[in-house]
Design a protein. Sequence first.
Length: 171
Amino acid sequence: MARAPADGHTLFLTTNTTHSANPALMRRLDYDPQRDFTPIARLGTPIFLLVVGPTVAARDVAGFIAWARGRDGQLNYASANAIGVVGMATLARLAGFNATNVPYRSAPQALTDLIGGRVDAMMIDITASMAMCATVDCTHWQSPRAIARGRGHRLRRLGLDGRLRSGRAPR
């Protein structure tokens, strides 16, 4: 795409992976994300969640960071895309803990292993996580009382990646 003629006949719709994550993840790119492309419009801004499975006792981000620091590099996190890798690696670096990335081809595979306790945590986009809740017990995502009743402990959402709350995850 970077080498396509600028004749107005080629439109490139991309995600943040090619333009934000790849420069941080790859030593050498065959393109310059800023020089070789001209942005036209932003179609949306994804919201990412920090989600943990049953192996993690933390109930909030601060508790997760304390838990992760105490694991001495034994934390394994799932990633289904580059933003999942960059998001968790950035959190680990800023919070001062070590973590190992376990890459997956897709979010459902990663979430299945997260629910099964084979990985500890994941940064995932809110749409994929809510879609997964249609097939597993995520009742506490809608109601904090469900946690008190002991239901829905398979996945826990600990925080969003932005400064604003989301209507899709109000609590």
